[in-house]
Ligand binder design. Sequence first.
Ligand code: 5AD
Ligand code: SF4
Length: 351
Amino acid sequence: MADFLTDARTTHSLSKEQIVRLLSEDARHDALLKAADDVRRRYVGDEIHLRGLIEFSNRCRRNCMYCGLRQGNLRAERYRLTPEQILDRAEKARDCGYRTIVLQSGEDPYYTVERMQEIIRGIKAMELALTLSIGEKTFEEYKAFRDVGADRYLLRIETTDRELYHRLDPGMSWENRARCLEDLRTLGYEVGTGSLVGLPGQSLESIADDLLFFKEIKADMVGIGPFIPHPDTPLGAEEGGKLMLSLRVMAVLRLLLPDINIPATTAMEALHPEGRLRALQGGANVIMPNVTEAEYRKLYILYPGKPGTDKEPALYRSDIAMKIRSIGRSVSEGYGFRGDYLKGKAVSSPE
Ligand code: 5AD
Ligand code: SF4
């Protein structure tokens, strides 16, 4: 049998059938992760980029069936940070050594375009690169954020299976989500997206389609996370995604898109204490440590089992740096590679 896994290390191309085989074969798990690790080393090197994540509001107008922040979850205790609190946190993160801040929230209309612009300006004045992860907006809104300096945007497509998406994200439209990703690209953002693994009713074929979609849209960053059932949601009694499969999906992603940024996601760590380290050894090159104040961090519960909820940011960073060194890798300290903030200008991604 010609070995398509070996070929994929250099061609970065796989058919849907080949992807499904790689995802289903336990026997090739280690070889697949090793191949992804090799490709990662050749294309993006040994440095790991840390992004400081601030979860600034857990209010959300949406009702995604899998998510603990869904509006219908009346048990969730809600909070919102003021622009001042957000900027204060960003400054602390910068003082701890972070060079990129990711601002994430539910879809919370309290943060109008004007409020967001004020926050974005404040963060850009600190010479930090800024990623937004605040959901579906109009082209004009995305443009307004970009105009005041937002560099990157994260919006997971969640799944490319339209039928599954519409079942799990009631009231939302897959086409609109895809439109958002296109708009972000048009506006010159670095575009991050991603998907969930192990959703109820999701097949390996559908996951293969997700991977091919990321290649088709030339995503700059892709986060893959296992679905973890949250007890206060309609999917609370479902089975949930597996770490092994999530790692394989991520490894195939690295083969297909050799030079993108791939985070070792928190959800992987929620399933296993070494989950993120395993991800870093199977294709990932980014970690997004949570720098939200502990008091709020513990209320931002997309899914249960979130790690690191009791540690202060500075400590958490040195903790992670130590783990990174223990696997022979290093933390990127500079603005560095690919779209990181460089002398007042975002470097555009090579197309
Ligand atoms: N398990 C894993 N990931 C989840 N997300 C939301 N709910 C869950 C869950 N139960 C992810 C979604 C979303 C991101 C912010 O969190 O993929 O895009
Ligand atoms: Fe809101 Fe995002 Fe959770 Fe959906 S996944 S309910 S949009 S926070």
